[in-house]
Write a protein that binds this ligand. Structure first.
Ligand SMILES: Nc1ccn([C@@H]2O[C@H](COP(=O)(O)OP(=O)(O)OP(=O)(O)O)[C@@H](O)[C@H]2O)c(=O)n1
Ligand SMILES: C[C@](O)(CO)[C@H](O)COP(=O)(O)O
Length: 225
């Protein structure tokens, strides 16, 4: 079986609001992206790594690779307008079949063990989505009066979101819709039942400045080892 990882890093990081896009910011002395690539490289299934980057940031990334002597093999793919388009560009660059994990490059604390589990479950069941149970209470504010939602029925969805490639290719035949916030929503819209497994609390998505500080503390504690 052939394994692939599409690491999407084509975003501009508006919520982070830094001059340098968040995927290039330093975490424990190295760009965020390098931690993420390293985690996939350490997975025993040895996936081919496709890194999706905005065309205007590819030169900067190559400079960083030289500066940090970063030699993990990976292919660079052009990013798209939304995450959906970046994933689709990655998928279009894969020939043949196998299993593909799609992962936000800004989740650098993903562990090789969880990557392995997601590949194995997806290989068996067609897809595998990681998620964690919420710890806050949840309320629907789209209705009046607002109403509490049972959190025992819910998970907070993370990445990797892993699929047999034929499944993800078929799902991504669906044209872009604004409600497609992740790959599971694309696959579900296309008619696939989604399988979930327990994710990891430390697998945070660096979105706001404080997330980088939290990631920095967690990485020093070695949480993903
Ligand atoms: N056109 C896009 C938009 C997002 N992403 C990637 O999708 C992941 C999740 O997106 P998000 O955290 O929203 O990143 P940004 O879009 O960069 O952030 P923001 O929404 O704050 O601008 C990130 O790794 C991001 O680089 C991408 O590859 N291509
Ligand atoms: C894919 C994702 O990380 C799953 O939680 C999330 O949907 C990305 O959302 P964003 O608004 O693009 O950060």
């Amino acid at each position: 079986m052939k394994y692939y990882a599409i690491l999407v890093a084509g975003g501009s990081g508006n919520r982070m609001n830094t001059t340098v896009a968040k995927q290039f910011l330093l975490l424990n002395g190295r760009p965020v992206l390098m931690h993420t690539i390293e985690a996939f490289h350490q997975c025993v299934l040895n996936p081919d790594i496709l890194l999706v980057l905005n065309i205007h940031q590819q030169g900067y990334w190559k400079e960083l690779c030289q500066k940090y002597n970063f030699e993990v093999p990976h292919r660079i793919i052009n990013g798209g307008a939304q995450r959906y388009h970046s994933v689709k560009n990655g998928l279009d660059a894969i020939e043949g079949n196998g299993v593909v994990a799609v992962h936000d490059a800004v989740r650098p604390l993903i562990s090789p063990a969880l990557i392995l589990e997601s590949f194995k479950v997806a290989e068996e069941k067609g897809n595998c989505i990681v998620g964690i149970t919420p710890t806050d209470s949840i309320r629907n504010i789209a209705v009046q009066p607002t109403v509490a939602i049972s959190r025992t029925d819910l998970i907070l969805v993370q990445t990797p979101q892993t699929f047999r490639i034929d499944v993800l290719r078929a799902a991504y035949q669906t044209p872009y819709r604004s409600e497609f916030t992740d790959d599971a929503s694309v696959a579900e819209y296309a008619g696939y039942e989604i399988n979930t497994i327990e994710g990891a609390r430390e697998n945070i998505k660096i979105t706001y400045p404080e997330d980088l500080e939290i990631a920095s503390i967690l990485i020093k504690k070695g949480v993903t080892e």
